[in-house]
Design a protein around this ligand. Structure first.
Ligand code: SF4
Length: 399
């Protein structure tokens, strides 16, 4: 465990009694400073320390007066979630398991670009909930059930720790950060880990605001992606509020199959989902050229035929889309198998010939653990759905 992670643990107890400033938007932090009788512009100074310098100790925020630093030390803290497990793969993939307040576990995965360049693209897949209520049939997170929403501090804290891991690797100290190292940070964020982000709307939006803010992480809006399984009303709300990239976990080209794979489709069927996607692309800020990323997990003999590919072409129509085909990553007792490489390429060719940009996701981090949800699945199973899943496995083994 490195120094930042040890500091995070020390701070955790203090956090119970103090206001955690991590994850507060610039407006919320300005309000906080007003509430303690300080000038609102202090918010900008503190945000820069927290996110651009990785500093959690108010004593080190040297452009604040001594009296303010003392006041903050008594009443506030900057506390990321506690890292209880981490794995770094030979290919540069990094995974963390966090224990959040109350003892629940969530995971975060960082995937570097394949070119392996030190300053190349690094995409962090962030969790928004503990478990997930939506129970997609091919998803290991869904099998663990739903415990609770994450707070903004717990969501943004995942990014904070991922960036800190590069700083501490370089010099194992947050006190004197060489700014040239900042290029070595997370470059892209996808809200695609455990949970359905649009069912934890406000903390997710606050976190993304800080990802985009020039005073915090300053990520380009094209490099912050929210992935939804199709919470249609919230897609309209998001379109009005924040301009980030949108991905849809589609996985099936017709309602009958999608009802089975992604049960929220029964509530918001494809016609409604596609209308919300079109609204996101065409109606909001139409001068801004946008597209939607379509996520499609390839399940052998289930959704991967030529007919399914043709249905997908028809469904997307003229919606500007990039399609990401995801080879299924099997987990113990999953009811599905991965499509063959030949099948995935045949499916991809049909989409490409119809004019869509289509990519096939490469699996990474094979030497540590596989897809989202699997790492936590090995650490703790705490929910009733998880218990039911375990029981169904036993039942199947006994028959
Ligand atoms: S695929 Fe996403 S929305 Fe579906 S159960 Fe898994 S985490 Fe939840």
């Amino acid at each position: 465990m490195n120094s930042i992670e040890i500091n995070a643990i020390k701070l955790l107890d203090e956090a119970q009694a103090k206001t955690n400033l991590l994850g507060m938007t610039p407006t919320q932090l300005a309000d906080y400073f007003k509430s303690i009788g300080e000038k609102p512009f202090r918010a900008t100074q503190v945000i820069k320390w927290i996110y651009q310098q990785g500093v959690t100790d108010f004593e080190k925020m040297t452009n604040l007066s001594k009296s303010l630093r003392d006041k903050l030390s008594i009443h506030a803290c900057v506390t990321p979630p506690k890292v209880i497990h981490r794995q770094y793969s030979d290919d540069g993939t990094r995974k963390w398991v966090f224990e959040v307040t109350g003892g629940s576990l969530v995971e975060t995965v960082l995937i570097p670009a394949e070119d392996g360049k030190v300053n190349g693209r690094k995409t962090l897949c962030i969790s928004s909930q503990v478990g997930c209520a939506l129970d997609c049939s091919f998803c290991s997170t869904g099998k663990q059930g739903f415990e609770r929403d994450l707070t903004a501090a717990e969501i943004l804290g995942q990014l904070w720790v991922a960036n800190a891991s590069y700083m501490t690797d370089a010099q194992d100290s947050l006190e004197y950060v060489d700014h040239s190292l900042w290029e070595n940070n997370v470059t892209n964020v996808v809200m695609m880990g455990m949970g359905e982000p649009l069912l934890n709307y406000r903390p997710v939006v606050s976190s993304m605001e800080l990802m985009l803010s020039d005073h915090a992480y300053g990520l380009s809006k094209r490099r912050v992606t929210l992935s939804t399984s199709g919470v249609v009303p919230k897609m309209y709300e998001l379109a009005q509020e924040l301009d980030v990239a949108l991905a849809i976990s589609l996985h099936a080209p017709n309602d009958e199959l999608r009802n089975e794979l992604v049960p929220i489709n029964k509530k918001y069927p494809l016609e409604q989902l596609m209308a919300a996607a079109r609204n996101y692309v065409f109606e909001v800020n139409p001068r801004h050229k946008k597209h939607v990323t379509i996520e499609y997990v390839m399940l052998d003999g289930v959704n991967d035929s030529d007919v399914h590919a043709e249905q997908l072409v028809a469904l997307l129509g003229d919606l500007p889309s990039k399609i990401n085909l995801i080879p299924f990553n099997p987990f113990p007792h999953a009811n599905y198998d991965k499509s063959s490489n030949n099948r995935i390429h045949a499916f991809s060719n049909i989409l490409s010939q119809a004019g869509f940009v289509c990519t096939i996701r490469q699996t990474r981090g094979d030497d540590i653990d596989a897809a989202c949800g699997q790492l936590v699945g090995q650490v703790a199973d705490r929910t009733r759905r998880s218990a039911a899943w375990q029981q169904s496995i036993k039942d199947r083994e006994n028959t």
